[in-house]
Each structure stands twice: as C-alpha cells, then as structure tokens.
Design a protein around this ligand. Sequence first.
Ligand SMILES: [Fe+2]
Length: 212
Amino acid sequence: MKARDAAALASLERDHRLLWGLTDALHAYVDALDGGRALRRGDLKAIASGLRVVADYRHFEKEEEVMVPVLVRHGFDYHLQIFDDGRREHDSLRYLIEVLHQSAERDLNWNLDERERISRVAHQLIERQRRLSTRQEARLFPQIVARLEPPALGQLTEQLCQFDESSAAREPTLDVAGLTRSVLGFYRAHSASTLPPVRETSPGARRTLQEA
Ligand SMILES: [Fe+2]
C-alpha cells in the first residue's frame, strides 16, 4: 500500500486499534468477574466510558457522517452489505455500551443476576466489535484504496482528519492506551488470586464483590 493510501485509512485504523485494546481490557475484566477474582473499583466505568467516547462519539460517527457519505459520493452503493452491517452493528454496540455504563453506576454492588448480565453483555460487545473491525479491514478498506481516485482519497483523508481535530476539541481528554495498559496489567497480575465463589442464599440477595 502506498504512503498516500495508508494515510487515508490511518484515522480509522487507529480507532480500531484503540477499540481492540479496550475490548482486550474488557475481556480481562469479565474473566476476573466470571472467575470470582478481585475487581478494582472504577475499572468497568472507565472501560465503558472509553468505549462510549472512542466507539460511539468518535469512530461510529466518523464512519457514518464522513466515510460513508464520501464513498457514496464517489460511486459506492449506499446499500452495500458492509455499510448495512456497519449501521446495524453500530446500533447494537451503542446499546451494549450504554447497558455496561448503567451497570457500572452500581460498581461492585451487583447480585448474581447482574454479574451474569454484565458478563453476557460484555462478551457480546467484544465479539461484535472485533468481528466488525475485522470485516471492515478485510473487505471495505482494501476496496477504498483500490476504487477511489487520488483526489477522492485525499478528500476522505482531509475530512477524517478534520473530524478527529474537532472531536478532540469537544471530547474529554482520555488516555485510552494508558487505561488499557493499566487494566490489563492489573488483571494479568491478579489472575491467580481467586476469591471464594459467591453463592446466592435468597432471592434478590445482594452481594458485594471484594475490592482489590
Ligand atoms: Fe470501523
């Protein structure tokens, strides 16, 4: 791929890398949740907030409001399967991120049903986000660089960069890579420290997970 082509997609690929890191962090977190291991207060909220900013506010909007319109103006079919998949998956992922965010409001005060729900939602979110990114990188991105003429590719690059600049100005400062490293480091270091399994003793009984 030429340097010019790589630059056109750099903005989208950078988002995908950040999202992959956040889903890695979420995976490590729910592994600890599922295994009854120590959880650190605030981690679920930080991960859900990171996903909300990077996925919902930035990446999905960038694809919907910048990438798709530019591509359609330059000959791509609006109803292309990969665009339909993107719209449907973005809606599902936005919903899953909001569910996690709401659960994070009751951080560590979850009963068994809530823990199972968090785990289910997190696993769905991880799988859907990764599948979508992989499909776009395998099927859509190569088409973009193959089909767009240099001026159109330049226009796409410029508009993606403008979007990044304006979203950086309006979003809260967020060190996503640092958050990912911190979460992964903690749960990998504590993967051997298993807590006693939590058992439900009465309907609606609430348990508090032991904090690290
Ligand atoms: Fe994407």
